[in-house]
Write a protein that binds this ligand. Structure first.
Ligand SMILES: NC(=O)c1ccc[n+]([C@@H]2O[C@H](COP(=O)([O-])OP(=O)(O)OC[C@H]3O[C@@H](n4cnc5c(N)ncnc54)[C@H](OP(=O)(O)O)[C@@H]3O)[C@@H](O)[C@H]2O)c1
Length: 264
């Protein structure tokens, strides 16, 4: 069983693209899903009060979602649709040992995710791309096997000779890189469906640069609160986004969790 009970579709905008999903995915998601190419889509889990990142050393998503299986299923489904997964180094440093693959986050869906990728003509797994200015990523992380690290020239120097030959390192700027250049590089190399799993700093920067087409956000039924110097982050951090407008595309529900999809 992929999920204990399907997501319930409460609202869906008419005319959204919809792939021929393998039946177990269609049933568990409560309908279809699809994307117009090219598309950059982001996925987060946030508490009802909007917190997505906590300073604890472990990855925040599991803490915020309280390990929701439904959330992990949706993460898997979105990874299964993507040809590339993009994360900032802050997120990467927190997800030690993790593989950014559909089957890794929701193993019960592994065969259905694999079938979907085959139907979509995608490689067995999305390619991971990590963005880092400093180059401070652990070269021994298993997720870097086959991954691309996009960095500054200083970051490249820091990584030189330390990463395995299976990890590609590209320097895109002397000090600062523009996320628009990162997305342009990926497009040039054939990326059409780019999933970003954040974190909130990278996401805010990408929204400010008008690079994000869609946002998937799971509202976890929890309140975390904010207080001075809490080192917590809300979904978009570090930039004034001045009320960027979004259109609601779909709303799904699983227990007390809400799964929202927006176009930016
Ligand atoms: N709840 C969720 O769904 C969710 C999802 C993702 C992450 N998170 C949590 O969010 C936290 C991490 O997020 P974060 O906001 O701190 O970090 P982040 O956005 O993941 O990464 C920020 C880092 O990415 C690199 N970066 C960003 N923009 C860059 C640019 N233009 N050029 C070069 N490098 C760039 C820099 O790396 P360097 O510092 O190496 O230079 C920067 O410090 C963790 O706690 C994680 O668990 C939660």
């Amino acid at each position: 069983m992929i999920l204990d009970g399907p997501l319930q579709t409460l609202f869906e905008r008419e005319g959204l693209p919809s792939y021929e999903l393998p039946t177990p995915l269609f049933e568990a998601y409560g309908g279809g899903i699809g994307f117009r190419k090219p598309c950059v889509f982001a996925n987060f889990v946030a508490s009802v009060d909007g917190v997505v990142a906590l300073p604890e050393p472990t990855e925040s998503g599991h803490l915020i979602s309280k390990n929701s299986r439904a959330d992990r299923f949706v993460m898997g489904l979105l990874r299964a649709c993507a040809d590339t997964v993009l994360v900032g180094a802050g997120t990467f440093r927190k997800t030690r040992g993790a593989l950014f693959r559909a089957d890794a986050i929701h193993p019960d869906g592994a065969s259905a995710f694999a079938e979907l990728r085959e139907r979509l003509g995608l490689a067995p797994h999305p390619r991971l791309v990590v963005v880092t200015r400093s180059g401070a990523v652990d070269p021994a992380e298993p997720a870097l096997d086959g991954a691309l690290v996009v960095t500054s020239r200083a970051g490249e120097a820091a990584l030189r000779g330390r990463v395995s030959p299976n990890t590609e390192v590209v320097a895109l700027g002397a000090d600062t890189l523009l996320l628009g250049d990162v997305v342009a590089l990926l497009r040039k190399r054939g990326t059409e469906l780019l999933l970003t799993e954040g974190g909130p700093s990278l996401f805010a920067e990408a929204v400010r640069a008008k690079l994000v087409d869609e946002l998937f956000v799971t509202k976890s039924p929890a309140l975390f609160g904010r207080y001075p110097n809490d080192r917590r982050k809300s979904l978009a951090d570090g930039f004034d986004l001045s009320g960027v407008s979004m259109d609601l595309l779909s709303v799904r529900r699983h227990g007390s969790y809400l799964f929202l999809r927006y176009a930016l």
